[in-house]
Design a protein around this ligand. Structure first.
Ligand code: MN
Length: 227
């Protein structure tokens, strides 16, 4: 018996390579973590990265559809390395941070760029630019015990078979370990948390019918179709 007055929402979970599912608690995102992307957005390289969030239920399981969202005419793709936290903590030391990682996946930080630009101009929150429904397609999660901790390697995104984004994980301004260390001073990280670690340059618009295919060397892929 339960005393919930409505049915509780389903647990969001990512499929794991080799079997099983990873239950998702929160989804954090890092802004401005690759120098070339910071430059293409016209921002200051000396400014430290910062964090925003998406709801966990904005996740689209790999291969799923992303309905073109309302209130935008400029939906953008951002391919990102996703870090899955297996053990939590506060103020985690950078030199121990990777021990808290369960695994890695490729993900897409879909963005209503026009709403984000308006929010920036007005000093308003980014939630509706970043955290809309279906805004976070994520691929199969690869456990670190199988793939290790990728500190370098190509991160790419193609749209309809044409490459749009290409970078290398070693171009991240803040490493995964440094990101975990800093984020865990702001909030307690818990098992089930995901961190999207920023996108390389080449972000751009998508249209209905586009097929997005992202890949991260040594990690895996993510695909989504805009419907
Ligand atoms: Mn992003």
């Amino acid at each position: 018996m339960t005393d919930f007055v409505i049915s509780p929402p389903p647990q969001v979970a990512l499929p794991v390579a080799g079997g099983g599912r990873f239950p998702v608690r929160r989804l954090y995102c890092v802004g401005r973590n690759y120098a070339e992307h910071v430059r293409e957005m016209g921002n200051d390289l000396r400014e430290p990265p910062f964090f925003f969030g998406k709801p966990a239920d904005a996740i689209v399981i790999d291969g799923g559809g992303v309905p073109y969202p309302s209130h935008t005419h400029d939906l953008h793709h951002e391919i990102e390395l996703v870090v899955a936290i297996g053990t939590g903590g506060n103020s985690i030391r950078a030199d121990l941070a990777l021990e808290h990682v369960y695994g890695y996946a490729a993900g897409l930080d879909m963005t209503r760029r026009d709403l984000q630009a308006a929010a920036k101009a007005a000093g308003r929150p980014w939630d509706m630019a970043k955290g809309f429904d279906h805004s976070a397609p994520i691929g199969v999660l690869a456990p670190a015990r199988l793939i290790g901790h990728p500190g370098k390697g190509a991160i790419t995104l193609s749209v309809n078979g044409v490459e749009r984004q290409r970078g290398d994980l070693q171009e991240q301004i803040w490493s995964v370990a440094e990101t975990i260390a800093y984020l865990s001073t702001l909030v307690a990280l818990r098992p089930g948390d995901l961190i999207m670690t920023g996108t390389p340059s080449g972000v751009g618009p998508v249209a209905r019918g586009d097929v997005l295919e992202g890949h991260i060397a040594g990690v895996g892929g993510v695909s989504a179709t805009i419907s």
